[in-house]
Structure formats: structure tokens, C-alpha cells
Design a protein around this ligand. Structure first.
Ligand code: HEM
Ligand code: PLO
Length: 483
């Protein structure tokens, strides 16, 4: 290991007082592409000033592993930001809360509750499979001329999270489900646009249209979740937790729920419970549905990939029975398609900012406490030194010559270390069960005369595909719509 500082300082963009490096960040490119471009000029590790904040940008998997894993604890902090403070009541959640003993306890509790519903029981799989079934029925009876699949996919994924978090399952068109979907869309639309506000916190005193929309959506969200929390407190028993809300209530000190009016430093308050539920929604819905839509978009571009997945499914599962998670080991090509989708279009092309908790170093360069660190997953997933023709969709890159699965070291779709995605195993379960059942039962085509989906995407809070249309063709045995 090279002594820190032996390598001199990290190359840094120019800066002006007050504005920092902002004048050099123009050009309108989204951050992940801008940073990738800059890494060609400054090297894979460079610094810049976002307003007053010194920020290091990481573009190589070696540095990413050092920051996220080897020195994970040094870099496990989160900066305080205006929009996310609004969203999380000042960091009473998991994703945007700074690294503290309470946060560690909180994260462990959420992680354990997820595990409770996942491994060891078939409950989670049953919940997912029942939504997958309804989605298949809906898609198979859809408009034959072509339709946008995004609302059906979002509804299915939202329903899974509603069951997990507060045991509600909604029927098609339910008013409360519509409300959840709408406020969530409102937050997604506004939170990333408040970008500037997060650089200059004092800007929040100016009227800001998207900030007020964000506040409105947060109010609606909080009313709904407070209602659910009250219902749960009344109907809760000492037995097994029914859902995430029950598990969190049980995890609060004493198990009876604390009054949020007199919180102690080491206790999970009702606010924490509420913010966790809200975040599980946001994270659980946006990421999974976006990934599914990206994979669908790529399958429309590559009918040969779709056929190969279906061939694999026909050989190992057939059309008679439901695919389950125990089939996963038998379907390496499908798993590779999922991996390739998450590689080529990471939902989170730049990870949530990390901050240095102590003085530390990256690649032998000194990094002082409080430095912000942005991990650019886009450039890591498109690094030509590690990926052959990185802009092409080639699922085979995740298979070796014997057709066995391999995981390249430059592949980190869920991050890693102390801040790794808490929903990782849920996400993998969902992606697998959705795609396997969909492709077992139907094929997707571009509607006659319609263009192929645009693959550029649009960066909001996640990187989303632009709307596109599909036609669904039932496969043999599923012509009756699977009812
Ligand atoms: C964090 C990816 C699904 C909950 C993250 C991070 C990434 C990620 C890249 C940030 C890591 C970092 O900052 O270093 C994904 C992808 C998903 C997915 C690609 C699906 C395809 C989910 C689901 C849930 C979830 C289904 C919950 C139900 C979270 C939470 C965090 C997180 C709470 C914050 C962790 C922390 O800061 O300690 N995810 N995620 N994610 N994810 Fe996911
Ligand atoms: C999505 C909109 C919700 O209303 C609030 C929300 C909570 C958690 C966020 C999520 C949003 C977007 C995706 C995030 C997730 C935490 C982890 C995940 C940022 C803003 C990723 C991919 O890092």
C-alpha cells in the first residue's frame, strides 16, 4: 500500500469563490455522463467544488471498492441536504441518515425484518408470485394494438410493497393505491430538481415551485402512513409481526412504541418508523419497476435474447408449472439478462453521496474528514478496460465458456459495504420471479409501425427509460390469458 500523500493531491477542477466549480460543470449533460467525460481529462479520481463543498468523484471499480468496502466505515457518512431532510424529517430514515449508532441499530432492524419475510419462509415468494400472476393476466388481456406497460408494472410492484409494509393488497383501480402512486410520482418528479437547493441551503427561503410540490406530496404521504401506523398500534398482538410496520413497532424500545415528543438519542421514535415505511415504498417501487422496464426495452431491441431466455425456460421449467426461486440456479442466461440490464442502465448511475467520517485516503491520496464522495457507477459499468464494447447489450458477458455464471469485479449495481442496498435480496427475488413468469407466458414485440424504445433514458431521482409501447403475444398454453 502506498503511503497516503505519497501520491500528491487529487487533481481538482478550477473553482471560483462562492460558486465553486459550477461554471465548469455546464453543458447540460447529466452528472453521470459529465463525470465520465471529465475522467478522460482528469483521470478516474478527481475533485471539484459543488458550491462550498469539496467533493471527490470516483470512476474506477478499484477506488469504489476501497471506499465502499475496505474503508467502508471511513466513508459511510451522508451529507445533510435540504430536499432529503424534508423527505426524511432530518434523517430519520436509512438511506439519507448519517452514520450513527442509532442508524446502525435501525438499519439492522430493517434488514432483519426483510430477512424474516424472505429466507426461511415462503411468504415473500407467495406475495410476489400472486402479484406476478395478476400482472400476467392484465398484460395478456391488454390492448392488441400496443400499450405502455409502465403503469401495470408500477402497480404490481407497489402492491408487493404495500403487502410487505402494512399488509394491504389493493384491487385494480383502488383509490388508496392510486393515491400512493400519485404522491410517489410527485416526489420523484420534484426531488431531483431541487439540485441547486442542496448546494446552497439558504435558497430554500425563495419561493420554489418544485419545493412546494414536494412538500405537498410529503404531507399526503405522511397522512396516509400515520393512519396505517395508528391502525397497526391498535390491532397489534404479541405474536409474530404481520408486516414491516409490526416488526418496527416491536423493535422500538420496550416494544410498545415511544412517544415521539420525548425522544432519547438511542431510541427509534414513531418518526423513525414512519420514515422507514415511506422509504421502503420509495426505494422498493422506483428501483424495481424501472429495472424491469429497462430490461423490457432492451428485449424489444434484441428479440434473439428474448428467444434464448424462453428456450432456457422451456428446457428447465416448461409451460405447465409456475417458476419459483428454486429454479434460479437452472436459469443462468436469464440471470445474466437481469445483470446486464442493471449494468448497462444502473437505476442509480451516481450513488447517494457518501461523506468521510474521519481523515482517510483513497488510492494513496489524503482525503480529509467531511469530504463528500460521489461514486459514478455509470463509468464503472461502462469502463472499456473491463467491459468489451460496454455500450452493447450482451448478457453472455456474465457467462463463462461452460455457460456458468460469473460476476465481474466491475459490477456493483447495489453498491457494497456498510451502505449496500438493504433491499438487495428482495430486488433480486422480484426481478427473477417477474421476468421468468412473464417470459414463460408471453412474448413482447414492438407494435406494428411503432419505433423501438429510446434507450437514452431520463435522469430524475433514478435513471428511467422514456415511455414506450409493447404488444403482448401469449405463448403456447397461455392463450386463454392465464385465468
Ligand atoms: C441503497 C440499488 C432495490 C432499499 C441502494 C444503493 C444502490 C441501490 C446503488 C446505494 C448504495 C450506496 O449509497 O452506497 C438498488 C437497485 C435495486 C434496489 C439496483 C433494484 C433493482 C431496493 C429495494 C429496496 C431498497 C427493493 C427496499 C425495499 C434501499 C435502501 C438503501 C438502498 C433503504 C439505503 C441503504 C443505506 O444507505 O444504508 N440501493 N436498490 N433498494 N436501497 Fe436499494
Ligand atoms: C423515491 C421516491 C420516494 O417517494 C422517496 C424515495 C425514497 C428512497 C429513495 C428513492 C425515493 C429513490 C431511489 C433511492 C431510494 C433510497 C435508495 C435508492 C435513492 C427518492 C437508490 C437507488 O439508491
Amino acid at each position: 500500500v502506498t503511503e497516503p500523500s505519497a501520491r500528491g493531491s487529487i487533481p481538482c477542477l478550477p473553482r471560483l469563490p462562492f460558486l465553486g466549480s459550477l461554471p465548469w460543470l455546464g453543458g447540460g449533460l447529466p452528472p453521470h455522463l459529465l463525470f465520465t467525460q471529465m475522467s478522460h481529462r482528469y483521470g478516474p479520481l478527481f475533485g471539484l467544488y459543488l458550491g462550498p463543498h469539496y467533493t471527490v468523484v470516483i470512476n474506477s471499480h478499484q477506488h469504489a471498492r476501497e471506499v465502499l468496502m475496505q474503508k467502508g466505515k471511513d466513508f459511510a457518512g451522508r451529507p445533510s441536504m435540504v430536499t432529503t431532510n424534508l423527505l426524511t424529517r432530518g434523517g430519520k430514515d436509512i438511506a439519507f441518515s448519517d452514520y450513527t449508532p442509532l442508524w446502525k441499530h435501525h438499519r439492522r432492524l430493517v434488514h432483519n425484518s426483510f430477512t424474516l419475510f424472505g429466507e426461511g419462509t415462503t411468504r415473500l415468494q407467495d406475495i410476489v408470485l400472486s402479484e406476478v400472476d395478476s400482472l400476467c393476466v392484465e398484460l395478456l388481456s391488454s390492448e392488441k394494438q400496443g400499450f405502455d406497460p409502465s403503469s401495470a408494472v408500477t402497480r404490481a410492484v407497489t402492491n408487493i410493497i404495500c403487502t410487505l409494509v402494512f399488509s394491504a393488497t389493493y384491487r385494480h383501480g383502488d383509490a388508496e393505491l392510486q393515491e400512493v402512486i400519485q404522491y410517489n410520482n410527485g416526489i420523484v418528479e420534484t426531488i431531483a430538481r431541487g439540485g441547486l437547493v442542496d448546494i446552497y441551503p439558504w435558497l430554500k427561503v425563495f419561493p420554489n415551485k418544485s419545493l412546494s410540490k414536494l412538500k405537498k406530496c410529503i404531507t399526503i404521504r405522511d397522512q396516509l402512513l400515520t393512519r396505517k401506523l395508528q391502525e397497526h398500534k391498535l390491532s397489534r398482538s404479541d405474536g409474530e409481526p404481520r408486516d414491516l410496520l409490526d416488526a418496527l413497532l416491536k423493535g422500538q424500545t420496550g416494544g410498545q412504541g415511544q412517544k415521539s415528543s420525548e425522544p432519547k438519542d438511542d431510541e427509534l421514535t414513531d418518526d423513525h418508523v414512519l420514515m422507514t415505511a415511506a422509504e421502503t415504498f420509495g426505494a422498493g417501487v422506483e428501483t424495481t419497476s424501472t429495472t424491469l422496464l429497462w430490461i423490457l426495452a432492451y428485449l424489444l431491441h434484441h428479440p434473439e435474447v428474448q428467444e434464448r431466455v424462453q428456450k432456457e425456460l422451456d428446457e428447465h421449467v416448461g409451460s405447465e408449472r409456475t417458476v419459483t426461486i428454486s429454479d434460479r440456479g437452472q436459469l443462468p442466461y436469464l440471470n445474466s439478462v437481469i445483470n446486464e440490464g442493471m449494468r448497462i442502465r444502473p437505476v442509480s448511475p451516481v450513488l447517494i453521496p457518501h461523506t468521510a467520517m474521519t481523515n482517510s485516503s483513497i488510492g494513496g491520496h489524503i482525503v480529509s474528514k467531511g469530504t463528500r464522495v460521489l461514486v459514478n457507477m455509470w463509468s464503472i459499468h461502462h469502463d472499456p478496460h473491463h467491459w468489451d464494447k460496454p455500450d452493447l447489450f450482451k448478457p453472455e458477458r456474465f457467462l463463462d465458456h461452460r455457460g456458468q455464471q460469473v460476476t465481474p469485479s466491475s459490477f456493483l449495481p447495489f453498491g457494497a459495504g456498510p451502505r449496500v442496498c438493504v433491499g438487495k435480496s428482495l430486488a433480486i427475488l422480484e426481478l427473477f420471479l417477474f421476468l421468468s413468469s412473464l417470459l414463460q407466458r408471453m412474448s413482447f414485440r414492438v407494435p406494428h409501425g411503432a419505433p423501438l424504445p429510446n434507450l437514452q433514458g431520463r435522469l430524475g431521482v433514478v435513471l428511467q427509460p422514456l415511455p414506450f409501447k409493447v404488444v403482448v403475444i401469449p405463448r403456447a398454453g397461455w392463450e386463454d390469458g392465464g385465468k
